[in-house]
Design a binder for this molecule. Sequence first.
Ligand code: T5A
Length: 216
Amino acid sequence: MLITFEGIEGCGKTTQLAMLLGHLRKKGMDVMAVREPGGTALGEKVRAILLNRHGGGEKEGISHWSELFLYEACRAQLVSRVIAPALEDGRIVLCDRFTDSTVAYQGYGRGLPLDAVTSINGWAAQGIRQDLTFLIDCPVEVGLGRAWSRIGSGGAAPEEREDRFEREEIEFHERVRRGYLEMAAKEPERIRLIDGSREIPDIHREICDIIDGMMG
Ligand code: T5A
């Protein structure tokens, strides 16, 4: 079973994924967690390029299409080396972002054609689809506020910070959020919309109720 966590910057999905991982392990389930971009040696190297503010070189930058293919390269590596073998072994995989992120960020956010993004997603994911997705939704100002306070307290030098997306304009993040909400409206069974502006334990309880209801 592949369960993914999605949402805008700072929505709290990484926090919730870690809490669900603990919950499922306590129940004795064979579960593992991965993140995108990353999760493999190659993926972590590309992640450093993608998320660093000078990733494409200070002047040159990263073009929108290059960005898309770099995310997809990370995904192809993660799926073939980690996710597919784990699913074949019957493990539950929790993934911090997956193909929906690319539709939301590169499609709705950057404005690349949605049909192209969806098609390339399919090739990179090699036919593997999410069984369930938690979309942790909150207003952009709330999410960015949380993300910025975490970056501010992180202690990394500015040139090493993973803040390329946090530096995008508010409208970019609004488009990403709208994309997610449209996807959730189209696939309500798979994409469960969770109000991420509440307290962390309340969100966790709702996610556990959904999972426990499904798994018994
Ligand atoms: N991307 C990714 C693409 O553009 N295309 C793609 O195809 C893919 C896969 C990944 C970036 O790459 C982009 C999207 C992203 O911009 P990242 O560093 O992994 O970059 O960043 P995020 O995935 O956005 O993860 P973050 O860690 O920044 O945010 P999260 O996971 O939403 O939030 P979390 O849980 O780390 O929490 C952030 C802070 O808020 C607090 C936490 O304690 C933490 O300090 N918090 C709360 N505070 C109050 N109330 C709550 N309910 C809270 N929940 C968490």
